[in-house]
Write a protein that binds this ligand. Sequence first.
Ligand code: ADP
Ligand code: MG
Length: 683
Amino acid sequence: MTTSGSSLPVSPPIRAGEALRKKLAKIGLHSEADLLVHLPLRYEDETRITPVGRALGGEAVQVEVVVHSNEVQFRPRRQMIVRAADTSGEITLRFFSFYPSQQATLSEGSRIRAFGEVRGGFFGNEMVHPRFRKVGEDEPLPGQLTPIYPTTAGLANSALQKLIGQALVAGDLSETLPEDLRRRLKLPGLARSLRFLHTPPPGTDLDTLHARNHPAWRRVKFDEVLAQQLSLRRAYLARREQGAPVLVAQEDLGARLLDRLPFALTGAQLRAMAEIADDLGQPYPMQRLLQGDVGAGKTIVAALAACQAISAGWQAAFMAPTEILAEQHYLKLKEWLEPLGVHVAWLSGSLKSKARREQLAATAAGAQLVVGTHALIQEGVDFARLGLAIVDEQHRFGVAQRLALRKKGDNPHQLMMSATPIPRTLAMSYYADLDVTVLDELPPGRTPIKTRLVADSRRQDVVGFIRKHVEEGRQAYWVCPLIEESEALQLQTAQDIYEQLSVDLPELTVGLVHGRLKADEKQAVMAAFAAGQVDVLVATTVIEVGVDVPNASLMVIEHAERFGLSQLHQLRGRVGRGQYESSCVLIYAGPLGEIARRRLKIIFEHTDGFEIARQDLQIRGPGEFVGSRQSGVPLLRYADLDMDADLVEMAREVAEDMLAGHPELAERHLRRWLGAREELLKS
Ligand code: ADP
Ligand code: MG
């Protein structure tokens, strides 16, 4: 479904001169409809005039004064100084940037109303950069609060106010929510809400308006969230119109794999497997996100999906964000599938050219499973018949990269995996165009991980703790601090820690792995660790995702205060994978900032990834949450996914019903709220 084919009228462009139109476009205002939903940031009270002599410092007031001098000074910096007075006293208006037209308006003898905060300056009372406007004598005061709009340089609030006022009279304020629905949701009408917010009636309380929980604000936020949900839902439905390979297994490769596994699938894994199996048999492309906490066992679910594609006669691709992780998947999948006669190919950036040519040829000739890093999506990689694209740790990839993998086939199915659990309302906004499966159960027999916080001054205790673990036959990770400013410094720190530990623990074998190592060097260290030949692995954050060594039961994280919550959770999830009691030691160095303190408290108190994510959202806000996935969120200007979670829930249901029952209204709604911005959503 595209909007271009629709017969609905497009909102008329704003009637204004070229220069003004350009400025408006800068802040996304192109049409009358855009103006109508350009809502005030706040309001100011210009219904009263305060005599200059009675204005108190620190208070925002309006004064009406006559200019008696206006000069531009250059010292200490260029500024325009306007001296003005009313009958009660004098005031200075100071501007550090100004246009010639403003200079003219503020010329000697002009009567001005200025609004701003008064403060005591060297020359007595002054206002810095007040909003002002020239008035005649006895000009009536506005009867209502003044809306202050988001704007850009050179675009006066009063100009916006005027244009919006015109749009309120001439523009399309027609209702897009069916009456019964509005009543059920207890939302006021749109026209009424917009008029109220642009021109609040006299006597409206400033605090009420600013708090944004007034019914009019709720209506606006609901509309906005609904537009987002409509748009995502439409994309979801459009996908179902596309054809895709129907992956019906011809032999039961999956069952044979299950037979050979040393464990039985959890209930959650079985459910996920069934959902995916069903999707793969549909004639439209699956786009499913498999979410499961660290260690929930997503890999085997993906492998079983691959089995279905393979036994239906198609190829599967498995892409992971780092070399270490991809390699580990490759080895694991080979171990699982090669004995069943599956050809597993391997593509990574570090392959030598001969090996690379061989793997490319195998891929083009139809190797049944191709595992790799970003190398999979490069030019020159051709699949014979790609039926299923699997992306691990999907939030580490950009939209374009995931799309590039899909493009390697003809509408292949896609399975994305993520261990970064995101809260429900966020998921509904970010992933409303996807189907989501959650692995909400960990494999049995995992012992909970004990988390300890240790001050840096007591790090020797940690060394002793490691010794004890290794004596019991276990292994440990020691993760070095993240040093964002300098990779070299980070490397140096890792090197130092490695050397210090080698000295402190002479009887143990200490290994070191970091991002600068060549791929085969990295591989050798990881293999030695996996084989139990290395007792303590010192690592930079390269091990953050996916590494799986069940015998490692101690995770030490140095300068834990520098890590984000999801990173800490991921790192901690590297242990507790076997039957051994596991610990995570967070070494921190003070003084701790407020946010760092909160993070450490959360990670100390909680082990459930979803709960951690929920709290993380409160600290960080939704912006950084899901990596680079483009989403509906940039479209939200007024609604807040955390505070307005209930609206998101409501909007999701309404969007489905509306597209089915009132497609015309849905279309009009989208037009109004998204306009050209809907392009942002395409991914
Ligand atoms: P993640 O969801 O973090 O990707 P993995 O797929 O790496 O988790 O699985 C973590 C570990 O748990 C692996 O060693 C895997 O073989 C093992 N595992 C997966 N499913 C089960 C299960 N049902 N029972 C026991 N162990 C399992
Ligand atoms: Mg994984």
